[in-house]
Design a protein around this ligand. Structure first.
Ligand SMILES: Nc1ncnc2c1ncn2[C@@H]1O[C@H](COP(=O)(O)OP(=O)(O)OP(=O)(O)O)[C@@H](O)[C@H]1O
Ligand SMILES: Cc1ncc(CO)c(N)n1
Ligand SMILES: [Mg+2]
Length: 570
């Protein structure tokens, strides 16, 4: 069998290659696929990494391509977590599931113990009978293709033995051992009797072992570890017990230290250092760290890069969740999905998109604001006070940093008034300021991609001139379309106007609500709304509001006129 080139894993020597058993095969190199790997399983006593030389990831979906019998299948990278349940859901199986989900890897679970646990401590532990742990292992491993196994709480020597036997029966690509023994609250999760199981059975077959300070001390027979130098010596001593790599976590170092971890691959020491985040929400960092390593290995990363990504991920999640309050105890959980950010008031839109929001749609223009000497936020405030029902920031020539600052301020104003705020074109700005959505043109970011980036709850509008474009926008998951320019306009030179006839054609065919745009103001808004097609929900206005001395007065005037027209059209 032939081997592919080995770019991902730093192989120790070519003799390793010679001694290795090659399995797998070279696979499809067709459109959209990377070349699949040859998996190399080193001989059992080898210290070489067991991860694959390269993983076959489908470019945009993070899926693995496998072929057998000439057919290719898509598979999601898969981690099996063998661990205990934490009822408070900050650590254990629950942390593993969340970490894998956040890293976009499938996670199956074998539960070894059920703990009654919260932010105060561990109130009870119920160990799952050995034969039932064995049954769960068999259910998963006999049926599913598991790439990497990660172990957490293994509460008895018997369970370690059962697990070790299963691994021999169903070998996997890599084994990540988090030798959980004591919770941070000081409660014992696995007694000293399991140390023999770690030393004799698991460490010799582990690709990486990730003890915290107390666990490293226990593995080494009770030495005292208090400094980074101690961690280096411990990493070396634990490496001598057989694992291919060792990571000693320094979360429990004195608070005056950075968050320092020591990674040792048998040749080099790496000091992984990040600022220590001041937070009580560190419960489950260890489980998360190990799961993230497993997830990255499952995707095909090298061990060092998996460890680096895991460290960065934990740091980001802690920083993001540093102020959240769950439970009343000393150590709280953090948010793996980086969504529960503290400023809840600013991050929630009060209600979902309503097509009637399109009634009086105000679109700001940086040039006009400059001309009249007003800031974007003053323009937005005045438009809202005058009756605008939705705002779009269209800042074609603003510097990104300034634009973001203004956009953040406008989000606050709009939230306060319950008015949706959209950003023209700039998905990055919309994400960074947590706007309610975006408006894109035919040559901007495709609505499907914008949706994938922004998520299901954001508003996406698309400019359309024809029924075909309107149909496409509907298929692509837009929320509304902007149709125009209805009349010639200064804001878009060389833009072909569709006229009232073109607008009507689009409105009649559109399954999405429509807002008319282009050269609309007090003089012609009535004629637009009088086309009388129910999908037409309002008018979008730039110059007639913002290229005027008083935005407030002009918006009020137009709002009154639209109201009047709405009554007469009904
Ligand atoms: N306050 C903090 N700021 C930044 N990183 C931290 C902090 N606390 C822990 N870490 C990092 O989190 C990771 C896990 O380390 P830690 O020593 O907390 O593991 P653990 O004790 O096994 O965790 P747990 O038992 O709570 O699940 C390490 O990379 C560590 O450096
Ligand atoms: C179930 C479980 N596993 C691991 C840990 C370590 O954080 C914990 N506290 N609880
Ligand atoms: Mg800890």
């Amino acid at each position: 069998m032939a081997s592919t080139s080995c770019s991902q894993i730093p192989l120790r020597s070519t003799s390793f290659l010679k001694n290795s058993v090659l399995s797998g095969a070279t696979h499809v190199l067709s459109k959209g696929f990377y070349l699949y790997s040859v998996l190399i399983h080193p001989p059992a006593n080898s210290r070489a990494p067991q991860t694959p030389i390269s993983a076959a990831m489908q470019e945009d979906k993070g899926l693995i391509v496998e072929t057998s019998d000439g057919k290719s299948k898509l598979r999601i990278p898969h981690v099996l977590s063998v661990a205990g349940s934490d009822s408070g859901a900050g650590a254990g199986i629950q942390a593993d599931l969340k970490a894998c989900a956040a890293r976009r890897v499938y996670c199956s679970t074998v539960i070894t113990a059920v703990t009654a646990q919260n932010t105060v401590g561990v109130q009870g532990v119920n160990i799952v009978p050995e034969d039932f742990v064995a049954e769960q292992l068999k259910s998963v491993l006999s049926d599913m293709h598991v790439d990497v196994v990660k172990t957490g709480m293994l509460p008895s020597l018997g369970i370690v033995k059962v697990f070790h036997r299963s691994l021999k029966q169903f070998p996997v690509r890599a084994l990540v051992v988090d030798p959980v023994m004591v919770s941070t609250s000081g409660d014992v999760l696995a007694g000293p009797s399991i140390l023999a199981g770690f030393r004799e059975d698991l460490l010799p077959v582990a690709d990486i072992v990730t003890p915290n300070l107390k666990e490293a001390a226990a593995l080494l027979g009770g030495v005292h570890l208090a400094t980074v130098d101690d961690m280096r010596s411990a990493a070396k001593a634990i490496y001598d017990m057989g694992p291919r790599n060792v990571l000693i976590k320094g979360g429990d170092l004195d608070a005056s230290f950075d968050a320092v971890d020591i990674f040792f691959d048998g040749e080099n020491f790496y000091e992984l250092r990040s600022p220590r985040i001041t937070t009580r929400n560190t419960h489950g960092t260890g489980c998360t760290f190990a799961s993230c390593i497993a997830a990255e290995l499952a995707k095909g990363a090298s061990m060092l890069s998996a460890v680096r990504i895991a460290k960065r991920y934990v740091e980001t999640a802690l920083d993001y969740s540093k102020d959240i309050a769950i439970g009343n105890g000393l150590q709280g959980p953090f948010d793996h999905l980086l969504k529960l950010k503290s400023d809840v008031r600013n991050s929630c839109r009060p209600r979902p998109f309503d097509p009637d929001d399109l009634f009086l749609y105000a679109v700001t223009d940086s040039g006009m604001n400059k001309k009249w000497g007003r800031s974007i936020r003053d323009a937005v405030k005045a438009a809202i006070e005058g009756g605008a029902t939705i705002i779009q920031l269209r800042e074609k020539d603003a510097e990104t940093r300034d634009f973001l600052e203004s956009a953040k301020a406008c989000v606050k104003i709009c939230r306060f008034h319950g008015i949706p705020l959209l950003i023209n074109d700039r998905i990055d700005i919309a994400l960074a300021c947590n706007a309610d959505g975006v408006h894109v043109g035919q040559s901007d970011m495709p609505p499907k991609v914008a949706r994938a980036l922004l998520g299901p709850e954001k508003i996406i509008g698309v400019s359309c001139k024809t029924p075909e474009q309107a149909h496409r926008a509907w298929i692509d998951g837009a929320d509304y379309i902007g149709c125009g320019g209805v009349f010639p306009t200064n804001t878009k030179k060389n833009n072909i106007s569709v006229g009232l006839g073109g607008l009507k054609d689009v409105c009649v065919s559109s399954r999405l609500p429509v807002v008319a745009i282009g050269g609309i103001g007090a003089s012609n808004a009535r004629s637009v709304m009088e086309i009388g097609v129910p999908t037409l929900k309002g008018v979008a206005v730039v110059s007639a509001l913002f290229d005027r001395e008083s935005v407030l007065v002009e918006t009020r005037k137009l709002h009154a006129l639209l109201k009047e027209t709405a009554l007469s059209v009904k």
